[in-house]
Each structure stands twice: as C-alpha cells, then as structure tokens.
Design a protein around this ligand. Sequence first.
Ligand code: ADP
Ligand code: MG
Length: 369
Amino acid sequence: MTVPLDLAFFLRFLDRATRVIVAEAARLTDLDAAIGDADHGANLKRGFTSAESVTAAAADGGTTPGALLTAVGAHLTNTVGGASGPLYGTVLRRMGKILGDDPVVAPETLGRALAAAVASVRRLGDSAPGDKTMVDALQPASDAYAAALERGEVTEALDAAARAAREGAAATVPMRARRGRASYLGERSVGHQDPGATSSALLVTALYEATDPELCAVGPVAEAAGPEAVTETEPPAGRVGVVLVSHSREVAAATAALARALVGTGDPAPAAAAGGLPDGGVGTSAELVRRAVAEADQGKGVVVLCDMGSAVLTVKALLTEGTLGAADVRIADAPFVEGAVTALVTASAGGDMAAVLAATDDARTYRKL
Ligand code: ADP
Ligand code: MG
C-alpha cells in the first residue's frame, strides 16, 4: 500500500516526530550527558513542541509540504539553542526548498530532498560519515532510500531509510568524535552512542511511520502564535558594528564591555552582545543574534565574533537563510576576546568592513609564545 506524500503526510510526520522526541527526550539528554553537555533532549523538545504553533497554522490547508517544512526548519533554527538547532533547521529548510510548491510530492523528489538535506548538514557542520555525528544516521538513510526506491514503493524506501538510520546511529558507539562538543573528549568519546545520530534515527523512523495514518492520527494542535517580532532599527550615521555571540550571556556582555573600555577615544562604535538563551541559560539564540545585528547595524556592515559550536553554526545558518535583516554581516575567523577588541577598536576609528576584518585576521595570527 502506498500513501500520497501530501500535506497530511508531512503533518503526520511532524506530529509523530514531536511525540517521539518528547517521549525520548530524557534518553537523548542522557546520551548527551555522557559525551556532551546533557541538553540534546531538552533542546529538541523545546524546538519541536513549540513548532506546533507553526504546524497548527498549516493544518487547515492552504499551504504546501515544501512551505510547511521550510517554516518548521526556520523555527527549529530559532528555538533549539544547541548545535542541533541550525543543523536540523537546515535539514528541513533544504528539504522544503527541493519540494517546492508541489501539493503532492513524488517519491523521487523526496529522495532528492533527503540527499540535498544531508549535503547541507555536511557543509554547515563540516562533517562527514565517521565523525560520530547525526550525519552517521542521515547519510545511510538517504542512501538506503534511493537504493530501495529503485526496487519498490515509497513505503519500503522509507522503511529501508529508517532501518539504515538506526543502524547508522548504533554504529557511532565505537567511533571517536571529530565534530561537535563530543570531539573535545577525544578518546573518551569512544563507547557511547552519538545523541544527534540517535535523534536523527528517531526522526527518520517518524518519517516512515507517517506512511501509516492509523498509527499516527494527527491530534489537536496548539494555538497558532502571532508572527515573530523582528526589530529593525533605522541606521543613524555609520560605522561598522560588532556583534558578540557567545554561549554565555555574561561572557558576551563582559567582552563587549572590555572592548568598549579599550577603545582609546572613549567613543566606541556599536557593540552588541548576543549571549546565551533568552532565559539566561547556556546556548545560542537566533532571535538574540538577530536583535544584536539590528542593534549594531549603522548601514556600514556588521562583523560577528563567535565563540564555538552552535554560536558559529547559528550565525552561518542565519546568513544562509538571509534572515539577518538588511545588514552586510560577516563572520570574523578570530579568537573571541582578542577579535572583539581589535574589531571594535578598528571600527571605532572609522575603519570600513575590510579594515575591521583585516584587524581580526591579525588577532587570529597573533602568537603568544
Ligand atoms: P550542543 O552540542 O550545542 O549542546 P545538541 O546537544 O543539541 O547541541 O546536539 C549535539 C549533536 O549535534 C551531536 O550529538 C551531533 O550529532 C550533532 N552535531 C554537533 N556538531 C555537529 C557538526 N559539526 N556536524 C554535524 N553534527 C553535529
Ligand atoms: Mg548538547
């Protein structure tokens, strides 16, 4: 039996995905406790449950599978807070783009969407199979789908994809992590299953389960939320702005204060901090990054200094998405504190974008021994 890959199918997928993420959140967080920072389940639970406002708006029709996945993807980038947020956000947005405006998706198109989504995760995360990340579940899933579709129907192809994803996740146990937080542990990351590969296997399995309407009847969904407020500021006279994106609210704010204090003229260019999550927790918030960019933008461009992991990934994803407003935003490839100081000193002296980026480049190569 085959089901149409229509809006109802993708709504069933998202509903099933949300339920399974909620049910498995504690296990995902436990896996992340072993080789990360014990937040993967909580991150995904926050993102998927709040995405119900986006799916509710789509549930009464009037949208396409592509538009639905794109909207939910953008929502995940905005709300998940860990490295997995921009990565899963990219997966869904890329799939949505490939699905386009088709009201019913052809199985071959879904295959192309899966392949493109995996390629975009690999690009954004600079990761490959064997690095002990979600790619170790997603790549085999996409490959298995394509191979199985040559021989049979979409249901079998999704079944094959889900099995391959689960096997791929299990195969991360003996791997040594080369990307993400777990890579900081080196050899000690061996012997644990990767949390992101585990959640990927759950999500691909949810995609397969969506082929069975009886298994996952779409229940009532939460009220639609109003459109997100994005603050746009009209730039006054212009200097290059500096935005500091750290996992910690205190680190971002204190680094901005240090950089301002070190500007000799006492008249610093705009420096805006986007540290931590909106509730003060540790992580990266796309919404805070957007607000900081708007605050720092005086029409002459904005240079962003990031600390690590999800800070870098979130800013890169927002740049690819094009949702950072009108500002010309560039990431500086420099250490956080030193880069922030040189960027702000140069911007305050009236340096243009090229001068500020060159200054941060010097900060990167400045040797301490
Ligand atoms: P964080 O690591 O910022 O706390 P999460 O705990 O939500 O974020 O997600 C961790 C998962 O994200 C990892 O288990 C891994 O699968 C995935 N991940 C992290 N960095 C990368 C990367 N560079 N490429 C691919 N996947 C990654
Ligand atoms: Mg984590």
